[in-house]
Design a protein around this ligand. Structure first.
Ligand code: NDP
Length: 433
């Protein structure tokens, strides 16, 4: 960690993993042999590059692009691309590091990576987004391939951006190589349910945790943060399973709708009109907007943070606990600060960490890769059943590992331990490389 003094998010992620896997190394010291831990915290390869592009006024803009290829021990590098002004090497490394264990946990044979740029898509025209994506891919393409590195979306990279990125890769390489990107449109190699998978998967995970406790989502009040890909489909699935989501947010503030978030309105405002979330009130005047606020001061049974890292701190966690929250599942990556995680665990809240709870997205990406490789297309219902089964397996693997290492019910220990075991065994088998 001394090697990376200016990378607080990366250090936070490493601390969490090393702490959680301590019981594994105690019982099986051979899994820390041959410098496994030292090798794991150093990416196999990091790529940083210039992304120059022309805005609509004809001015040259320059952003920085990243791809951190963390581990390919279990399969080709796999992990999303994030376009957001806060993106830096620390954030990309934390996400890539987490991705190793998450992907291992899915059991799908995929390695860990992450990438992106400090480009801010907000307020940019379609043409600007396209030119940026093309310039980004002009460098990134040489590092990708279905057996090498397979990116997907993340914050700021949705269906539109993936289309432009894939199009440029196809143009440069003269290959319609479906398996080099996931999250594609279903008409050109994309998988059914990939769009919905992370949000749906997080709710399936909550359902599994509640089932173990003899409960269900039926009748539960739910707080969701964010209003992007993960949040939207977490809200959709929560409704389908009988719960009522009452919040959604973006970086400008939070909507609380006691009648239940109107999903059609939310999609209209965020996906079609691409406006700030306060525009929700134009359609639903009875709702309230908390400017600059987060959803965690609303009394709920279930919380699903689905926006970004460190968006739920210790005070937020204590407020949620005091108002009776029963379940927290992380739709986003590392949305809870370490203090918040401690508060939830101390209060006996069922806590599903992101690397388990939001693994449905990447698991469905792996299904997309299988379909691309075999030129098959699976239907929606079939794909959703597979996702449900995968989330049950992820839950059960984390649950069993927590028991095995003497921390029953602790999904933080369980998820990290189960992921680490798979990665460490493969590293041992493949030698010091
Ligand atoms: P989107 O870009 O679709 O949505 C992100 C949402 O979070 C937006 O509502 C955005 O608001 C809000 N947000 C982003 N940054 C901030 C911030 N600094 N403060 C407050 N709100 C913020 O991204 P996704 O839904 O795809 O991703 C959300 C989270 O889920 C991320 O942590 C991502 O890594 C994680 N994840 C995503 C997966 C996927 O399949 N998409 C898979 C696994 C994890 P605004 O528009 O105002 O910025």
């Amino acid at each position: 960690l001394q090697r990376n003094p200016h990378e607080p998010e990366f250090q936070q992620a490493v601390h969490e993993v090393l702490e959680a896997i301590a019981p594994v190394v105690e019982v099986q010291p051979e899994l820390a042999r041959d410098g496994i831990l030292e090798r794991l915290v150093e990416p196999e390869r990091q790529i940083m590059f210039r992304v120059p592009w022309l805005d609509d006024a004809g001015t040259v803009r320059v952003n920085r692009g990243y791809r951190v290829q963390f581990s390919s021990v279990l399969g080709p590098y796999k992990g999303g691309l994030r376009f957001h002004p806060t993106v830096n090497l620390s954030i990309v490394k934390f996400l890539g590091f987490e991705q190793i264990f998450k992907n291992a946990l899915t059991g799908q044979g995929i390695g860990g990576a992450k990438g992106g740029s400090d480009f801010d898509p907000h307020g940019r025209s379609d043409a600007e987004i396209m030119r940026f994506c093309q310039s980004f891919m002009n460098e990134l393409y040489r590092h990708l391939g279905e057996h090498t590195d397979v990116p997907a979306g993340d914050i700021g990279v949705g269906a539109r951006e993936i289309g432009y990125l894939f199009g440029q890769y196809r143009k440069i390489t003269n290959r319609h190589e479906s398996g080099m990107f996931t999250g594609k449109g279903v008409q050109w190699g994309g998988a059914e349910v990939r769009t919905e998978a992370t949000g749906y998967g997080a709710v399936f995970f909550a359902q599994e945790m509640l089932a173990v406790a003899g409960d269900s989502l039926e009748g539960k009040r739910v707080a969701v943060s964010g209003s992007g890909n993960v949040a939207t489909y977490a809200i959709e699935k929560a409704y389908q399973l009988g719960a009522t989501p009452i919040t959604a947010s973006d970086s400008s503030g939070t909507i609380v709708d006691e009648d239940g978030i109107d999903l059609a309105v939310l999609k209209q405002v965020k996906e079609i009109d691409r406006r700030r979330i306060s525009a929700y009130l134009d359609h639903r005047p009875r709702a309230t907007f908390i400017e600059g606020g987060r959803p965690w001061r609303t009394a709920v049974d279930v919380a699903i943070p689905s926006a970004t890292q460190n968006e739920l701190d210790g005070d937020d966690a204590r407020a949620l606990v005091d108002s009776g929250v029963r379940v927290v599942v992380e739709g986003a990556n590392m949305p809870s600060t370490p203090e918040a995680v401690d508060a939830f665990r101390a209060a006996g809240v069922l806590f599903g960490p992101g690397k388990a709870a939001n693994a449905g997205g990447v698991a469905t990406s792996a299904l997309e890769m299988s379909q691309n490789a075999s030129r098959q297309r699976w239907g929606f219902a079939d794909s959703e059943n597979k996702l449900r089964e995968i989330m049950k397996n992820v839950h059960d693997a984390a649950f069993a590992a927590a028991e095995r290492y003497g921390h029953p019910g602790d999904y933080v220990v369980g998820a990290n331990a189960a992921g680490f075991e798979r990665v460490a065994r493969a590293m041992l088998a493949q030698g010091v490389i």
